[in-house]
Design a protein. Sequence first.
Length: 107
Amino acid sequence: MGGTMRLGAYECQLKAGSRVSEIYKKETVSERHRHRYEFNNSFKEEYEKNGMLCVGKNPESDLVEIVEIPTLKWFVGTQFHPEYQSTVLKPHPLFVDFIRNINNNKK
């Protein structure tokens, strides 16, 4: 796999008032990773100035884990894999909220 692969669960602190903090109903979550890529914090200010907010971060490394665009009906991007903690009987909260939002927009 190489030394640059980020594997396993990592803590993520959620920004109060963000969509994801409302979805999870928590301040901190633990999510599983399996990747080599990270958000470049050098561009964080520019992204946020243009409407994409960094709303979840790893408290130990300060790496961005979750972004969202609050002006859109539903836009959440993650560095982790929510499908790793999702089952048919207990789907991940992000998937549930995404589907709920689709159904609400049909009405």
